[in-house]
Design a binder for this molecule. Structure first.
Ligand SMILES: *[C@@H]1O[C@H](CO)[C@@H](O)[C@H](O)[C@H]1NC(C)=O
Length: 241
């Protein structure tokens, strides 16, 4: 469990689903002290929440996804959009307020595969494409290993110099993945390193893993980073914010 003080400054995704209805309700909550613009991308199923929206500090927004949906959410920062939704962001940019594709890395990702109907839903927080903001997933209710997944650490502060992405105010706004920064097969798990057996953790992935043990630090991170939860129902875990 993340301690309560860290929850104030996370961009949070809560998942809840009813037993009777085979839909999962996502609650995206901005506990950062600044505005974020969540982006959504469906891998399977329809686009959720128009692909993206603005979320003020302390605000939350709920929307539901049908059983079988898979996809990801991320938080964009430093965005400027005009009234028609045109514009760009310092991190996680997707070309406009309403995304039609993924966000530009580095970006922390919340990833979901919803089975529903009594099956296990899978979720994880991934830093495989780098890091921009703290991100957590907290399932509400349900049975099985319904644990918190996420990264409550400030990896921008812990980011090695060679991975830092600077923003317009000359502050660190994101931390690149070593694969994006250097492109070596060792860091990207490609070529001779393309299997879990041949792509062990690296000095860089260890920095990510140490800061965020409950998140994927690289492509073949061990299975401690994916969580499952069955029949998520109501608020029986007493999640409060
Ligand atoms: C990681 O290892 C590489 C290759 O040995 C080295 O060049 C780099 O400085 C190391 N980085 C860190 C953060 O330890």
């Amino acid at each position: 469990m993340a301690n309560l003080s860290s929850i104030h400054i996370l961009f949070f995704v809560f998942i809840t689903s009813g037993i009777a209805v085979s839909a999962t309700v996502f609650t995206l909550q901005n506990n950062c002290p600044y505005t974020v613009w969540p982006g959504t991308l469906a891998g399977r199923g329809s686009k959720l929440a128009d692909g993206g929206f603005e979320l003020a500090p302390g605000a939350s927004r709920q929307f539901s996804a049908p059983a079988g949906w898979s996809g990801r959410f991320w938080a964009r920062t430093g965005c400027n959009f005009d009234s028609s939704g045109k514009g760009r962001c310092d991190t996680g940019d997707c070309g406009g307020l309403r995304c039609n594709g993924g966000g530009v890395p580095p970006v922390s990702l919340a990833e979901f595969t919803l089975v529903g109907d009594g099956g296990k839903d899978f979720y994880d927080v991934s830093l495989v494409d780098g890091y921009n903001v703290k991100l957590g997933i907290r399932p509400s209710g349900g049975s099985g290993d319904c644990r918190y997944a996420g990264c409550a650490a400030d990896l921008n502060a812990a980011c090695p110099n060679e991975l830092k992405v600077m923003g317009p105010q000359n502050n660190v706004v994101a931390c690149k993945s070593p694969c994006a920064a250097f492109g070596n097969s060792e860091y990207c798990c490609t070529g001779a390193f393309s299997t879990p057996q041949t792509c062990p953790p690296t000095n860089y992935s260890r920095i990510f893993k140490q800061a965020c043990p409950d998140a994927y630090s690289y492509a073949y991170d061990d299975e401690t980073s994916t969580f499952t939860c069955t029949g998520v129902k109501g608020n029986s875990c007493g999640v409060s914010t």
